[in-house]
Design a protein around this ligand. Structure first.
Ligand code: 5GP
Ligand code: MN
Length: 318
């Protein structure tokens, strides 16, 4: 695809969605496109569908317009899928993708098989927000759209730190700063600030963490009962795996939390050359080389053992 304005030519209805358990890049990129359409295409009917988003992103323009339920049976002229590597990750919103007249996917997951009609997939990009910027007319990016784009970039780059950060990333971030956004506040309020409960559960997760494979793997998990005791929901556990990853000497960090149905959500982070996308893919998930995830079933001890077996094999071949 060439750009958003061309895609929106003669279009009357648009649906937008991203991946399940939306993160900063997913929320930022979907809202950036939503706000662009709302601002410059007032006659287009546009809906945005995402699961419940973390509270820290509520300040973004039109975050309150996000539909958490996929109850309508609308058929859209164009349906945008953002920051989503495959159809399964669309969750309940897959139905809009299947019925839409035209589908567009904008994404940076290396595993993305270009599953839409129109695809803009750049695995080297830091974030989907960076790609959304590419497809917008830069002059038409309002301060509010810039806030969405900047937020997504901050979250997928770990505040412009991870190796996915490029000179181009910084250049786009600079252009967003020039739109008048409060960049320090965005970084502080959405990335670093945690509630008291979040800090306490992070502390518990770190206390319970264990080193495996001669200290090259660090792993911890939280059960449903612990999350209840600390009054935290899954969307408030962001950042725990990042804190594990900065443990000196480790190649890989693993964080698991129990889902409502007893399965476990697994988050993986890599240091150095370790590739966690391979581990996640092995267990039916996906992601990036240095940040990936999957969902696993079974007793927690068995899940941990299965993960360690696969990680062990990969560590040996490094
Ligand atoms: P996180 O650990 O923050 O949930 O996810 C890290 C990265 O892995 C993100 O890019 C996310 O999209 C991807 N990811 C996490 N869980 C899954 C999963 O179950 N399936 C797939 N395909 N990707 C995942
Ligand atoms: Mn992303």
């Amino acid at each position: 695809m060439t750009n958003l304005d061309e895609t929106l030519w003669n279009v009357k209805t648009v649906g937008i969605s991203g991946h399940v358990r939306p993160d900063g890049d997913c929320v930022g990129s979907t809202l950036a496109v939503y706000n662009y359409i709302k601002t410059y295409y007032p006659n287009v009917e546009v809906d945005i569908y995402l699961e419940s988003i973390p509270n820290v992103f509520h300040f973004l323009q039109n975050a309150d317009k996000i539909c958490n339920e996929s109850t309508t049976d609308k058929v859209y002229d164009v349906f945008f899928v953002l920051d989503c590597g495959d159809e399964d990750r669309l969750g309940a919103n897959i139905k809009y993708f299947h019925t839409a007249k035209h589908t567009v996917c904008i994404d940076h997951h290396v595993s993305n098989q270009s599953f839409a009609d129109d695809n803009y997939i750049i695995p080297d990009a830091s974030s989907t927000c960076e790609l959304v910027f590419d497809l917008m007319d830069a002059n038409k990016i309002t301060k509010e759209i810039a806030e969405c784009i900047y937020t997504g970039m901050v979250h997928d780059t770990g505040v412009f730190q991870y190796s996915c950060t490029s000179a181009k990333t910084m250049n786009i971030a600079g252009q967003m700063m020039e739109k008048g956004i409060d960049y320090s506040k965005i970084v502080d309020e959405t990335f670093y600030k945690k509630t008291y409960q979040q800090n306490r559960i992070l502390g518990q997760a770190l206390l319970d963490s264990k080193l495996y494979l001669e200290g090259r793997c660090i792993l911890t998990y939280l059960t449903k009962a612990q999350m209840k005791a600390f009054a935290c929901t899954p969307k408030e556990l962001d950042g725990i795996v990042n804190q594990l990853r900065v443990t000196k000497g480790t190649d890989v960090a693993v964080f698991l939390y129990e889902n409502e149905d007893g399965t476990y959500k697994v988050s993986l982070r890599a240091n150095g050359d370790f590739n966690v996308a391979e581990i996640a893919c092995f267990f039916g998930g996906g992601g990036h080389v240095k940040a990936a995830g999957c969902t696993m079933e079974g007793q927690i001890e068995d899940i941990i053992q299965s993960l360690l077996d696969v990680i062990h094999k990969k560590i040996n071949v490094l």
